[in-house]
Write a protein that binds this ligand. Structure first.
Ligand code: UD1
Ligand code: UDP
Length: 356
């Protein structure tokens, strides 16, 4: 069986790392990796391939730092060329980025079976580019690997039972990785205080809205006088902070880190504050409460179980949730929300069986 895997952005490298480890155990599977180039800085891309021992991409398309339309259009053109040359049994896409949608559209146009990992998630906010990407990708996938019961329910509500596709709950592929890479976790070398907060911000709705960005950074700056805040800064956020002249002198702002340092930071922090999708789940895997700097989340089971609170980009709400953090969270992590083990194994087994 030949799989053409489409990767482009940081969370996809992390998800694919786990699947690639699984594929390496099957001599009857050939994986061809296409890296679209959507993320291209060494610490947003290469470091994950090195640390997670993901095979070097067979094709690097170099399409990053462009408008969404230009990115998508160029990716479609180039991925189609590769797919026509390789003629795989499957095109495999992850998550909800522009690289995901580009891979999905190519599969549909040239009639190659499409598998979507992290299918069925919804924020119900159509202003998010990711929401549009995931809805469109799901609709044209042949097999949809869903991480949660909520994802399955979302697809049922959209009538997927009537469509000619296979929907299955597999659990979350990031859980495999977080627990596997914990053994290799590496302490970063800068000054880290006990009880620090780990924070990341990169969502367009926060970075591209000056008011939101100001509210978030004003709140974080105030909190950082009580507890160290470590913030590995996404390049998108870095650019916007510079553009609108926001400074945050007391926050420990660092360059994006690789996965092994990130896992150490998650494992040793006391609280996560983020607008990242992946990090919300990792907070749960490592039994850390999470304050989410968004108005909605795709990982609703975390909120329902009082492991995560949504505060948006509102300074007062952020400060209030920080002050009340002892009362807000249930700290019950014994819930099996994302499957138990070897999600990657289940996904690969399903692709092999489907192919028979
Ligand atoms: C993308 C995904 C988002 C995901 C995030 C993960 C889409 C629509 N969004 O958002 O779902 O959560 O990746 O991090 O696909 N940049 C650099 N260096 C890099 C990467 C990006 O400077 O290595 C800059 C780009 O030039 C661009 C900005 O960061 O100006 C945003 O990058 P882009 O890939 O468009 O979107 P993300 O915000 O990273
Ligand atoms: N991450 C990382 N280094 C960083 C910031 C994040 O390795 O400096 C990891 C994080 O632990 C998670 C993934 O990147 O596994 C999440 O990616 P991101 O927040 O960029 O995207 P999202 O999950 O929101 O799509």
């Amino acid at each position: 069986m030949k799989i053409l895997t489409i990767l482009g952005a940081r969370p996809q490298f992390i998800k694919a790392g786990n699947i690639s480890r699984e594929i390496a155990q099957h001599t009857n599977i050939q994986e061809i990796i296409v890296h679209t180039g959507q993320h291209y800085d060494a610490n947003m891309s290469d470091i994950f391939f090195q640390e997670m021992k993901i095979p070097k991409p067979d094709y690097f398309l170099g399409i990053g730092g462009k408008s969404h339309g230009a990115m998508l259009g160029q990716m479609i053109e180039k991925i189609e060329e590769v797919a026509l040359k390789e003629m795989p049994d499957w095109i495999l896409v992850y998550g909800d980025t522009n690289s995901t949608l580009a891979g999905a559209l190519v599969a549909s146009k040239i009639n190659i079976k499409l598998a979507h990992v992290e299918a069925g998630l919804r924020s119900f906010n159509m202003k998010m580019p990711e929401e549009v990407n995931r809805i469109l990708t799901d609709r044209i996938s042949n097999i949809l690997f869903c991480p949660t019961d909520t994802a399955i329910k979302n697809l049922q509500n959209e009538g997927f039972e009537n469509f000619n596709c296979t929907v299955m709950k597999t659990g979350d592929v990031m859980q495999d990785g977080a627990l596997f890479y914990k053994q290799f976790a590496t302490r970063p070398t800068f000054d880290i205080k006990d009880n620090f907060i780990l924070c990341t911000i990169h969502r367009a709705e926060n970075t591209d809205n000056t008011n939101n960005l100001q509210e978030i950074f004003q709140a974080l700056e105030m909190i950082s006088h009580h507890q160290q805040i470590i913030l590995p800064l996404h390049p998108r956020t870095k650019k916007m902070l510079e553009n609108v002249n926001i400074t945050a002198s007391n926050i420990t702002i660092i360059e994006p880190v690789g996965y092994l340092e990130m896992v150490w930071l998650i494992d040793h922090c006391t609280l996560v504050m983020t607008d990242s999708g992946g990090l919300q789940k990792e907070a749960y895997f490592f039994h850390k409460p999470c304050i989410t700097l968004r108005d909605e989340t795709e990982w609703t089971e975390l909120v329902e179980n009082k492991l995560n609170v949504l505060v948006g980009a509102h300074k007062e709400k952020i400060l209030m949730s920080y002050e009340k953090k002892e009362d807000l969270f249930s700290h019950n992590y014994d819930l099996d929300l994302y499957g138990t083990s070897n999600v990657s194994g289940l996904i690969i087994k399903s692709l092999l069986q489907y192919n028979l």
